[in-house]
Design a protein around this ligand. Structure first.
Ligand code: ATP
Length: 717
């Protein structure tokens, strides 16, 4: 039954203390949870916590189940639409003393199904949920609109419609929050993602539809063949033939449609995973790569997706066709031995493809090496001209080119054999198989016709089979580039916290001014497993209000220490506490929210985006008006007022590589402003003042000291 009342909704909502349980039930019911697992026990004072604390708890519980609880916002006018696509999701209902949550299962044609705390499933109209979600926003306007409608003399029956329109008009710019989508984490197994996207299911249907279409085609052949061989064509047979041809059309359309569904589903998952994998790469893995290599990876990944899907479809469908061709051949004059000869030919083709694959690997490797060498030689071109004997300038290139040409020749030769011989060779083999029967028993014309049909059909299918296999060879080569990104997505990260602690509890830990914000004892760190430790037996204590200057020789480990303090790296051993809690418990993500670093110039970046985005990228996006104003004020305090006035679009000016060019000093102040705007109580500035003239240094230093409670500045003496 559809519940219409807004007040009923609260009786179906889960209290804060049971929100973890609601997540568990939701993901179990929707198949996101495969192994039996229970939600962690909520902390004692969860009910008293604020929205941020609750969000942390929900994310912690979701993380335990290897899923994501992604907060989403929706424009006021699109809330209902968002709700229809949200499930499984948690909807936060406010308006009562304590907030509570609706566990939204899925959209049904009668309404939205939700799970109640009694574990029963109810259907609720989306309008009712929308009203509850938007009540807080609409509240301040309702009385005023009601009054306005009375004064304007709008008749009673029309008031509700007019009121809805006025609300839409007034709140069109507002965004509604309070919904969290529960989704499989992008790092979960790719097979799980593929199964949830129902790709195998669609593939199964595709195979079925294709087989039916092929059978219809054979039936058409059979009717025509029978008519020709038996010498009659009455109207009924012709009609049957026409009907079969027409019936094949919707099957063909269905096949194309299913192929596009699979391509879209698998392609999206693939891209999502690559992107997630890219974000999970360690800084060391990307540090030494240039833009060209990244572009190469993107292009290869793009090719990989299209080739894998196209090659996969072609190979699967051509194998089905070859299987059918083998059945047809078994019904012809050559019977089963003839079908076996087709299978033997397929094996030969497969082996040649394998050879092609090996040559392709060698050729790709040689081509990559040549490209890398070429780039290096272009860079060191002048040195070579000056240092090397001019008679030997091109010896190495000639050798590499010869090697490359030899490999290309081999690859082309095998490729040519494949494309020229796969179907033509089969025609010779297939026809040779029936030559004897053709001469010895010319009476069995029908069987001969079937055999000839089978041979031609197999020949066509072999052409597609080879095309599909060649695409798959290309996939294997492209995989070398995309594979590391794909695998990085499945790496276990250290961003999840082991146990939960409310942010308010963390803050309490340092209410006492003498309690350290950060305490490290005997920490050690090395970049490589067997390398020399960069930090050894390093201890420090930073209390609220401390403003510290860290000086030391170049290469002494200052930036490494800054990275450890900011949670950008984790220590190998030793005690490392933030507000009395170690990094494993607090979780590296939470740590990074609480300690902000402006890394050294070469480790920090200006993105090709607006100046405001570069300033506020550590805050909620899109920014509020207050955030933009604050950014503007901090920039002016840091001495960037002149720059803001000069840029035609001010804060909205695009900066970065293809935008407005910033000077060294402007960039370093942008990085300082970015750190200050994250509003944490401990900031680490790594050589941020090095590029500033005395006047700007004075301004910037003053601004930082005014706006930060606790500060560590790294500088050279
Ligand atoms: N990503 C890295 N991989 C391997 N070794 C590194 C890496 N970054 C720094 N190192 C090494 O760690 C040591 C400390 O480097 P770090 O950058 O922390 O020194 P620093 O005191 O900040 O130097 P500077 O004042 O010159 O910036 C150096 O010997 C450096 O070679």
């Amino acid at each position: 039954m559809i519940q219409q009342g807004n007040s009923d909704l609260y009786t179906f909502a889960w209290p804060v203390s049971r929100v973890g349980e609601a997540i568990e039930v939701l993901i179990r019911k929707t198949g996101l949870l495969s192994a039996p697992m229970e939600a962690p026990t909520p902390p004692e004072n969860l009910e008293q916590t604020d929205e941020e604390g609750l969000g942390h708890w929900i994310e912690f519980v979701a993380g335990r189940f290897d899923i994501e609880a992604e907060p989403v916002e929706s424009p006021y006018t699109e809330v209902e639409q968002m709700l229809r696509h949200a499930g499984p999701a948690l909807i936060r209902l406010s308006g009562r003393e304590t907030p509570c949550f609706l566990a939204l299962l899925r959209n049904r044609w009668r309404g939205i199904s939700i799970i109640t705390p009694e574990l029963s499933v109810r259907t609720v109209s989306p309008q009712v949920i929308r009203e509850a979600l938007t009540a807080e926003l609409e509240g301040p306007l309702t009385q005023w609109i009601d009054q306005l409608l009375i004064e304007a003399g709008i008749p009673e029956p029309r008031r509700s419609r007019v009121k809805t329109s006025v609300l839409k008009e007034q709140l069109s710019e507002s965004r509604v929050r309070g919904c969290r989508l529960l989704r499989l984490s992008p790092g979960a197994g790719f097979r799980t993602h593929i199964c949830r996207a129902r790709v195998p299911h669609h593939l199964f249907i595709l195979i079925g539809v294709h087989s039916i279409r092929q059978m219809l085609m054979f039936l058409g052949w059979w009717i025509i063949g029978k008519g020709v061989l038996q010498g009659y064509f009455d109207q009924a047979w012709l009609l049957a033939w026409a009907l079969i041809l027409f019936t094949a059309i919707p099957f063909h359309l269905l096949e194309t449609w299913i192929q596009s569904i699979i391509s879209l589903g698998a392609g999206t998952l693939f891209k999502q995973r690559l992107l997630y994998g890219t974000l999970r790469l360690e800084p060391e893995e990307v540090r030494h790569q240039g833009a060209g290599q990244f572009l190469g990876r993107v292009m290869e990944s793009e090719a990989l997706e299209s080739m894998a899907l196209e090659g996969g479809f072609t190979t699967v469908l051509s194998v089905i066709q070859l299987f059918m061709a083998a059945i047809i051949l078994s019904m012809g004059v050559g019977e089963w031995p003839h079908s076996l000869s087709l299978l033997a030919w397929m094996t030969v083709i497969f082996l040649i493809c394998w050879r092609y694959y090996q040559h392709n690997q060698n050729w790709t490797e040689a081509s990559r090496e040549m490209t890398n060498d070429l780039v290096e030689k272009m860079v060191g071109h002048r040195t070579r001209l000056a240092q090397e004997d001019d008679r030997r300038w091109h010896d190495e290139e000639d050798r590499a080119l010869n090697h490359y040409l030899k490999l290309s020749e081999r690859l082309d030769r095998v490729g040519m054999i494949l494309s020229a011989c796969a179907s033509r060779g089969w025609l010779i083999v297939g026809l040779a198989g029936i030559a004897y029967s053709f001469v010895s028993s010319p009476d069995s014309q029908a069987k001969l016709a079937v055999t000839l049909g089978g041979i031609i059909f197999a020949s066509q299918s072999l052409t597609s089979f080879v095309g599909g296999l060649l695409s798959l060879v290309g996939v294997r080569t492209a995989w070398d580039q995309a594979g590391p990104l794909f695998r990085a997505a499945a790496r276990p990260g250290n961003s999840k916290s082991l146990s939960f602690i409310l942010p308010s509890e963390l803050d309490k830990n340092t209410d006492d001014d003498n309690a350290p914000i950060l305490l490290s004892r005997d920490i050690a760190f090395r970049y490589h497993d067997y390398g020399r430790p960069v930090l050894r037996k390093c201890s420090l204590k930073i209390c609220k209000g401390d403003c510290l200057l860290l000086e030391g020789p170049s290469g002494g480990g200052k930036s490494t220490l800054a990275a450890l303090l900011a949670g950008l790296r984790v220590p190998e051993s030793g005690l490392h506490l933030l507000r009395g809690v170690d990094w494993q418990t607090i979780g590296i993500q939470e740590w990074r929210k609480r300690v902000v670093a402006a890394p050294q110039f070469h480790e920090n970046h200006v993105l090709t985006e607006t100046f405001s985005f570069n300033l506020l990228m550590g805050r909620r996006w899109p920014p509020t008006r207050e955030a933009l104003e604050e950014a503007q004020i901090i920039c002016r305090e840091l001495g960037l007022g002149d720059l803001l006035d000069r840029m035609p679009a001010g804060l909205q000016q695009t900066v970065g590589e293809s935008g407005w060019q910033l000077s060294h000093g402007e960039r370093s102040r942008l990085y300082i402003a970015r750190a200050l705007l994250q509003k944490t109580d401990f900031i680490v500035l790594d050589e941020s003042f090095a590029a500033l003239d005395p006047e700007n240094l004075h301004k910037a230093m003053g601004c930082v000291l005014r706006r930060t409670k606790t500060l560590l500045v790294i500088a050279h003496p």
